[in-house]
Design a protein around this ligand. Sequence first.
Ligand code: ASP
Ligand code: MG
Length: 397
Amino acid sequence: MPIIVQKYGGSSVADIEKIKAIAGKLKARREAGYDLVVIVSAMAGTTDALLSLAHQISDAPQKRELDMLLTTGERTTMALLSMALNDLGIPAISFTGSQSGIITNDSHVNARIIEVRPWRVRDELEKGKIVIIAGFQGVSYKREVTTLGRGGSDTTAVAMAAALGAEACEIYSDVDGVFSGDPRVVEQAKKLREIDYEEMQELSECGAKVLNAQAVEFARRAQIPIDALSTFGGGSGTRVMEISGGGDAGGRVAGVAGQRNLAVISLRNGTPVLLASLLQFLADADAAALEAGLSGGTARAVACLDNVHGIEGFRERLALRFGGENISVDTTSLGRVTVVGKDIGREACLVGRASEALAGIGVSASALHMERNRFSFLVERASLDAAVRAVHGALLG
Ligand code: ASP
Ligand code: MG
């Protein structure tokens, strides 16, 4: 039977009723003649609650212990969903990341998948079972439990789909696919029927939460299309795939994303060597650098803090490493609005219209950064949502 890999996000498995409802959906899909492998996230809020427990114990929890703690969230969901299926008379079995053969590098809290050995998953499918897998986790080649970074269950799903040669990889959440802006922020946001891998990856890296950036990168490399779908809302969703020319957006703007959880770091007396060591520092701290540059003697980097668990420790280590007097670190007051689309990043007229829209609502951008497939503005975090709406309005209506 053809294999379908599905992934359900935290809001889709937020309570027992929802978990039971998903079991009912899986039963119907199974009876339609598919082998099913189902990746689950932790129940909504669980990962944040576990992180908060860790921070009530320590300002600087060990990354290894964080991984031991955080992986329990997904394990709870996998067991509950498997029980719900078995109760409906559908044989199912749950596996941790380690049991399902997700092998990662040894970097705790933000590990990368290096190999998938899905033998046990295949065995259970052959016995006629639905296999439920805890997302967001794996085991390192040193046999340590690891996690894949925030939003990492999507990556589990894509990697499993690739390893199993699945017919489809369906990622379910509480929104009906990918929109031109976060529909919770931009009322006028339009749903995209399809979007190119490259554009989707840029949107995810720049703050769109609907899909994880690493998962999209993985899908692009393996040429696996992702279907982003709504769990309970019906709708046709969005297909993420290779599109020459830019898909729905037709080579124009695909979407606008806002990002708040970031750090802007400036170093005085910057040199290329110093900038490189700042980037190395950020990589070691799991703070993915989104932009970096050197000008007028100042080195500057913008980094995403989603996987930095302990901002105070991060700031202290930065000051220690580069000298408190030379460095300024802003983790609280700035946000970034980014416009994404194939080859649009240096189109003066688009940049001009976006800038005017910001000026029109009294938002002053402290930096503008242009790349091939995107341009972005740093703005006051308090006006980020308004900035996203204004830029979306000016470029996408
Ligand atoms: N539960 C993890 C998180 O909240 C992973 C995921 O949901 O994909 O980031
Ligand atoms: Mg997610």
